[in-house]
Write a new protein. Structure first.
Length: 248
């Protein structure tokens, strides 16, 4: 019997035990059926919600792989930000999220230019031993459901070919590019502060001040020559008169 079948049998047995206890207590059979029906629908609703939450992980894989893998399309910043937001929600919805989520988020942050967040997520993949799936020996119910669906898709890829293609692509990128992306993000983080740490000495400050002063004087002289008042009209007429008299 599979884990899923075993859990279903355990739940059914628990319901039968509760119904038997209520019957022993003398509660009418109609009331027992009523409460059993409500319990069944609540259980189904909870199960449906759990499957939806697990499905969001695989939906995130598809969206993340589209952005990371496709280098020809020019992605808008808000598109990448929306995929990152979906990934962060998935990451925080599980107490022990799969390592592939960390890599996908790190690669997305790297593509978005947030190298600090990229280094944070990618360092977990490259440098933390807990990122190895072999060390997950006490899974949470969320991780167990995720692995059950993952193994089913691996056995029958035709059920969700796009999802399996995204998972395999992300896995290959994780093994071949995680260390490179981490090193590049850290290099960018080291370069950016260096650009803002150019020392300003007293000599350079004086040179800049003198240059600005000379430039200001030149501009003032040009402005003064440009704004010089025109000669009086009488002087202009006199010059014209003397010039005509000479030519005559």
């Amino acid at each position: 019997m599979t884990n899923k079948g075993r859990e279903a049998a355990q739940r059914l047995l628990a319901i039968l035990i509760i119904v038997a206890m209520l019957g022993v207590m003398g509660i009418p059979f109609s009331v027992i059926i009523f409460f059993a029906t409500i319990t069944f629908f609540i259980w189904r609703a909870v199960q449906h919600t759990e499957h939806q939450e697990t499905g969001r992980v695989f939906e995130f894989y598809i969206a993340a792989n589209d952005v990371i893998r496709d280098e020809e399309r020019h992605w808008f910043g808000f598109e990448i930000a929306e995929v990152i937001e979906r990934g962060e929600r998935v990451l925080h919805s599980m107490p022990d999220p799969p390592p592939l989520i960390y890599f996908a988020l790190g690669a997305l942050y790297h593509k978005a230019g947030d190298h600090e967040a990229a280094a944070e997520h990618l360092s977990y993949i490259v440098e933390n031993d807990l990122s190895d799936e072999r060390h997950r020996v006490t899974p949470s119910p969320e991780l167990r459901r995720y692995v059950q669906i993952l193994r089913k898709l691996e056995r029958e890829p035709a059920l969700a070919p796009q999802t399996m293609a995204a998972i395999r692509s992300l896995d290959r990128a994780r093994h071949h590019r995680a260390a490179f992306l981490l090193a590049e993000s850290r290099e960018r983080l080291n370069v950016i502060p260096a650009l803002g740490q150019t020392p300003v000495t007293e000599t350079s400050f004086k040179q800049v001040a003198e240059g600005d002063d000379k430039s200001a004087r030149r501009d003032a002289s040009r402005l003064q020559s440009t704004l010089a008042p025109p000669p009086p009209i009488a002087e202009v007429l006199r010059d014209l008169y003397e010039e005509e008299k000479k030519t005559a």
